[in-house]
Design a protein around this ligand. Structure first.
Ligand SMILES: NC(=O)C1=CN([C@@H]2O[C@H](COP(=O)(O)OP(=O)(O)OC[C@H]3O[C@@H](n4cnc5c(N)ncnc54)[C@H](OP(=O)(O)O)[C@@H]3O)[C@@H](O)[C@H]2O)C=CC1
Ligand SMILES: CC(C)=CCC[C@@H](C)[C@H]1CC[C@H]2C3=CC=C4C[C@@H](O)CC[C@]4(C)[C@H]3CC[C@]12C
Length: 230
């Protein structure tokens, strides 16, 4: 993750060295760094995700983080080094605004879920007491345990609504590259496939883990990612 942030800054500095101030490189760099700062801020939350709990630190994650991420996730900023663009002030501000908003909504949704669990539901979500399902499940050692499934806030819009701002951000920080080439959108395309597959995989995992409680949640929140579509 650190390599991703550092490479984005390095590519931006290289653009400045070659062409002087280039707003497209700066915008992509700022959004990437803000997004990754958010990741490090929320890092303890990441320890509870499917990557760590289900996938674990095997070849997929280690190779992914050491090779895949630095080489391919940095393509939007790398491409700008050889294809600089000038956006102008209005477009620069527009891209920044959409980008910051996406980072915020994505963070807020992850935070909502963690906060409700950390407070055992004794908190407010969007100004109201949260609706929750107390889902019982069995651990591998046969002991019974319980998790809270949030049915309010972002988690009432769809079961993985937070993937929408994640995708919007990936798209918007690639946009400074213009629309003549596909390569800078590679991260967005891959992320789209990865997140749609992840939403499906996560549903399978939760169905297996929570059984009837997950069906109850699915009855209340019908869509996986985008309401009305998927
Ligand atoms: N840029 C990238 O390449 C990627 C970025 N991301 C981002 O990483 C972050 C974490 O990813 P995410 O897929 O959410 O991580 P998780 O794998 O932790 O999310 C799913 C888990 O959350 C719990 N959960 C699901 N629904 C609810 C609910 N309604 N209430 C409470 N808990 C629930 C379940 O875990 P439990 O067993 O604890 O109940 C479920 O397995 C997100 O911001 C995502 O956008 C994700 C993938 C790729
Ligand atoms: C072959 C292939 C598609 C490999 C990719 C595997 C991994 C590199 C990625 C799988 C899940 C990704 C992530 C999940 C959640 C994240 C939180 C976000 O805030 C920052 C990014 C990330 C850590 C992201 C990083 C790449 C993966 C681990």
């Amino acid at each position: 993750m650190l390599a991703w942030a550092l490479l984005s800054v390095i590519f931006c500095m290289k653009s400045f060295e070659l062409y002087g101030y280039t707003d497209s490189s700066l915008v992509t760099c700022i959004l990437t760094v803000v997004y990754l700062a958010k990741f490090f801020w929320w890092e303890s939350g990441y320890m509870k995700t499917m990557d760590i709990i289900v996938d674990r630190a095997g070849f997929y994650l280690c190779w992914g983080c050491l090779v895949w991420v630095p080489a391919l996730y940095t393509l939007p900023s790398y491409f700008l080094v050889s294809h600089p663009q000038q956006l102008g002030l209005n477009l620069t501000l527009f891209v920044l605004l959409i980008g910051f908003l996406s980072v915020y909504v994505n963070y807020d949704a992850d935070h909502q879920k963690l906060h409700v669990r950390n407070t055992n539901g004794n908190c407010f979500v969007w100004g109201n007491r949260p609706q929750i399902i107390r889902a019982k499940y069995y651990l591998l050692n046969g002991k019974k345990s319980e998790s809270l499934l949030l049915v309010s806030g972002y988690w009432s819009i769809s079961r993985h609504f937070h993937y929408i701002p994640e995708l919007l951000l990936a798209f918007i920080w690639s946009c400074p590259n213009g629309f003549h080439y596909v390569l800078p959108y590679f991260y967005f395309i891959i992320l789209f496939i990865l997140l749609m597959h992840r939403a499906h995989r996560d549903d399978q995992k939760c169905k297996y883990k929570y059984g009837q409680y997950w069906y109850e949640y699915c009855q209340k929140v019908k869509y996986r990612v985008c309401p009305g579509i998927y």
